[in-house]
Design a binder for this molecule. Structure first.
Ligand code: FAD
Length: 286
């Protein structure tokens, strides 16, 4: 199924994101996780891609292929380019197509200063051009409601989005955010800039202290008062933080759905219990 066509037919599109296990020994567990996630009836499940660009050891393609084969759910394979050669990228695109994968999220990948191994790709739009040239894959891309950290400002970042759209990106998925107001302002600016493609909102339920320290800090997302209040109240009460973190994500999603968002993309962190708990509370709205 072509994911961009799904966005034309259905609103909201509900999707989940998982990441491949670090070790091969974790592969069995990821399939258990995916099986549990299918209860959420996702329209598609996306599988992240290591930014290192190592194609030999990469499980994204196999996992994405099995999401379709074993579970009958549409996969979206992520692909990064910043540490890959043109040959790596061409090979990976061929593998995706051979595995009956129809959709790819074309990403640059994070650049660690001084550590860019290859110098053949600099931006996601260059990857999107290659995907389009070498395959019939449908292309999706990333966007940032608060602006990408390397952009001078949000306006510049939104202007740069036009490069990937020009290169064939048909749907955007956002970086996680906790402040819906910032997403609505971003959306208004994007539409004003003439970008009309569907944008799915990336939501991550925060259910433990480790996630706050790692993911939240890394994403650079703003933390609204309501969110920081929840954290300070429950950070030392794990059970309550878990429940309130789920409720925070549910409230965010309900508000987004009331505002007519094109899609909800749930960052599951490979935790099916959390995804299911969120799904249970929003399923009547999907
Ligand atoms: P780009 O679109 O290239 O943008 C990067 C910066 O360059 C921005 O500041 C942009 O404004 C600017 N820019 C863009 N195009 C141009 C141009 N042509 N000329 C000049 N400037 C330009 N990382 C992973 O390693 N693996 C994953 O699986 C993964 N999945 C992700 C999924 C989502 C939904 C999101 C939001 C991010 C994901 N990331 C992943 C992180 C992503 O790789 C990083 O955020 C990376 O720093 C930027 O990727 P991009 O594709 O947005 O890059």
């Amino acid at each position: 199924m072509k994911i961009p066509e799904l966005f034309e037919k259905k609103k909201p599109v509900f999707s989940l994101e998982i990441f491949p296990p670090k070790r091969k020994s974790g592969l069995e567990k990821i399939y258990d996780t995916i099986e549990k996630l299918t209860v959420c009836k996702p329209d598609f499940i996306s599988v992240t891609y290591g930014a290192g660009g190592n194609i030999a050891n990469n499980d994204t393609c196999d996992i994405a292929a099995n999401i379709k084969k074993k579970f009958g759910v549409e996969p979206l394979a992520h692909l990064t380019c910043v540490n890959s050669t043109m040959a790596d990228v061409t090979e990976m695109i061929k593998r995706f197509a051979a595995a009956d994968i129809e959709n790819v999220l074309a990403l640059r990948g994070d650049i660690v200063p001084g550590e860019q191994i290859e110098k053949e790709f600099f931006h996601a739009n260059e990857l999107a051009i290659e995907v389009q040239r070498n395959s019939g894959l449908q292309i999706l891309g990333a966007c940032y409601p608060e602006g990408h950290s390397e952009s001078k400002n949000l306006r510049e970042d939104i202007q740069n989005l036009k490069y990937k759209i020009g290169a064939g990106v048909k749907v955007l998925i956002t970086q996680l955010f906790f402040d819906n107001q910032l997403f609505y302002e971003f959306l208004a600016q994007v539409r004003n800039a003439g970008i009309q493609i569907p944008i799915s909102a990336g939501i991550m339920p925060i259910v433990n202290k480790k996630q706050i320290e790692k993911t939240v800090a890394l994403s650079g997302a703003s933390l609204p008062h309501e969110f920081t209040k929840m954290i300070s109240l429950y950070e030392n009460r794990p059970e309550e933080l878990y429940q309130h973190g789920i409720q925070y994500a549910v409230d965010q999603i309900r508000d987004l759905l009331e505002h007519g968002v094109d899609g909800i993309h749930l960052y599951t962190m490979n935790n099916p219990d959390v995804a299911l708990a969120v799904y249970e509370k929003i399923k009547d709205l999907l």
